[in-house]
Design a protein around this ligand. Structure first.
Ligand code: HEM
Length: 70
């Protein structure tokens, strides 16, 4: 995994305990600041749900950490 190899910290969404489906869905559909929105023809609701399930089923890599605190 690239992040682990580069010793880079924190994949920003994996490991987040406060990440709710409705919020993720809204961000994907509307975009957020620098993040572009995705139309239903680009990414279906079902696919967004799968992405959410995937994110929530992952664990942080062992070397993940907050760069500010290391
Ligand atoms: C389906 C794919 C994606 C999902 C599920 C996703 C999900 C999210 C979520 C939930 C947030 C909010 C995080 C928070 O509130 O802390 C976020 C933020 C962000 N996303 Fe995405 N994202 C996706 C694709 C992308 C892509 C393709 C880009 C860039 C081309 C991008 C760039 C960003 C940026 C820059 C932010 C931070 C908001 C800002 O400061 O501009 N995302 N994303």
């Amino acid at each position: 995994m690239l992040l682990a190899e580069k010793g880079a910290p924190v994949p920003s969404l994996i490991g987040r305990e406060d990440l709710q489906y409705d919020y993720l869905h809204a961000v994907v559909r509307n975009g957020l600041i620098e993040m572009p929105p995705f139309r239903p023809t680009e990414l279906s609701d079902e696919e967004i749900e799968e992405i959410y399930e995937h994110i929530m089923s992952q664990e942080l890599p062992a070397n993940a950490g907050n760069p500010a605190s290391s």
